[in-house]
Design a protein around this ligand. Structure first.
Ligand SMILES: Nc1nc2c(ncn2[C@@H]2O[C@H](COP(=O)(O)OP(=O)(O)O)[C@@H](O)[C@H]2O)c(=O)[nH]1
Ligand SMILES: [Mg+2]
Length: 401
């Protein structure tokens, strides 16, 4: 059943209520609007998926509300504010070694006791990859779907994972890692999170900070134009958003993305505790694990001996599909120390929008040094696609800049 048909075939009243939900600002407003939407949706076989999605979203929102109240009261919370270039969540069963890995990779500390269920709330820390800070979040143990309703954090953990920019899956190589991974994939999928890369995907970031509908194309739309995307979003009264297109997608996929029904999360798998098993076993596990999610990198590590741990930050940065661009003033020899971190596929124009939007009106040309330049100091226009490690110098008609 296509979500598109699910929503567009609803009675006008329900669609109007859906729009109310999209417009809701606070968590309380969203809950109220979604409850009203749900009561206006006719319940039958054809709306089953939609109803299931609404119910899940409602329970997420209610958790969020409860969390923010708790936080205001000074207690621990499941909601972790994002810092650095991305938020990456560690996910795995109890005792797989998440907290040990977290401690080895960040400047923060999370408790390790050897007792199951030691970590009960997420713990944030910063992980350094070369010159970028990536936020890593240690989390309470993942629990099988069958029992997740019975533990207090099941739904919240899924919410944390859904909200992350990427996941680091931690498996215990001494306790049937392939079985663990298979079960984890299945449970994540039924919660609407997939780790297998789809042929294409759409990510919509709605924010007032974007003026209008902007497209970042790392791929292509098979059956429509940029204008079709704009019209579609506007029909849902979405006027300010960044739409990221990866791979090959259809207009239908764009509409589905609006509902966040299924999200793809880039991930890295850590096969932990390799100090406890033989080399042959590690090799066998890696082989079997890679058949489950062929494109996902599997890194054999040990939080105790630190083997393989230094490979993790680079691998995580890689799956985030970000690039670092260093700006340089026209009269200076040295580029900025702190990179501008933007999505892969970004152009000179995208970079300028992040630096100083008003430069666009006065843009003359840019000079590029680094991987995307044909020769050092190549002169390029706004549509030049940048690469990780590029140095960019922007020339404008403004005197002296
Ligand atoms: N031998 C070995 N033990 C580990 C490794 N990583 C974690 N452990 C141990 O496994 C237990 C659980 O670790 P912890 O990090 O608390 O797991 P969590 O429940 O996933 O956070 C602790 O006794 C750790 O010392 C590893 O790479 N090798
Ligand atoms: Mg732990």
């Amino acid at each position: 059943m296509e979500l598109r048909a699910m929503v567009t075939n609803l009675p006008a009243e329900a669609r109007a209520k859906w729009v109310k939900y999209l417009e809701a600002r606070t968590t309380e407003e969203k809950i109220r609007a979604l409850e009203e939407f749900l009561s206006s949706v006719p319940k039958h076989k054809g709306t089953e998926n939609l109803v299931a999605w609404v119910r899940r979203k409602l329970s997420e929102l209610r958790d969020e509300l409860e969390e923010s109240k708790r936080k205001r009261g000074g207690g621990p919370s499941f909601f972790i504010e994002k810092h650095g270039v991305a938020q990456v969540v560690l996910l795995g069963y109890t005792l797989s070694g998440k907290s040990s890995i977290f401690n080895a990779l960040t400047n923060a500390k999370s408790k390790v006791t050897g007792m199951p269920f030691t970590t009960m709330y997420p713990v944030p820390g910063m992980m350094l990859f070369e010159d970028v800070q990536i936020q890593l979040v240690d989390s309470p143990p993942f629990v099988p779907e069958a029992t997740s309703g019975k533990v207090s954090w099941g739904a919240k953990l899924i919410g944390l994972a859904r909200n992350a920019d990427a996941l680091v899956i931690v498996l215990d190589s001494s306790a049937d890692p392939v079985g663990q991974y298979r079960a984890l994939l299945k449970d994540l999928e039924s919660a609407g999170i997939v780790l297998r890369k789809p042929r294409g995907r759409v990510q919509i970031e709605r924010s007032k900070a974007y003026s209008g509908i902007r497209l970042a194309r790392m791929g292509k739309i098979l059956d429509g134009t940029e204008d079709d995307v704009r019209k579609l979003l506007e029909s849902y009264r979405v006027y300010n958003a960044l739409v990221k297109i990866y791979g090959e997608v259809s207009i239908d996929d764009v509409e589905k993305a609006l509902f966040e029904a299924v999200v793809y999360k880039p991930s890295v798998v850590l096969l932990n505790k390799v100090d406890l098993v033989s080399y042959d076993e590690v090799e066998k596990h890696v082989r079997e694990l890679s058949t489950l999610t062929p494109h996902v990198q599997i890194i054999p590590v040990s939080a105790i001996t630190k083997q393989g741990v230094d490979l993790v930050p680079g691998s995580v940065f890689n799956v985030l599909e970000l690039i670092r661009v260093y700006t340089k003033e026209p009269n200076s020899r040295e580029p900025s120390k702190d990179p501008l971190v933007i999505p892969k596929g970004s152009t000179v124009e995208d970079a300028i929008k992040h630096i100083r939007e008003d430069f666009l009106k006065h843009f003359k040309y840019a000079r590029i040094w680094g991987p995307s330049a044909k020769y050092p100091g190549e002169k390029v226009g706004l549509d030049h696609v940048l690469s990780d490690g590029d140095i960019i110098e922007i020339r404008t008609h403004i005197r002296g800049i």
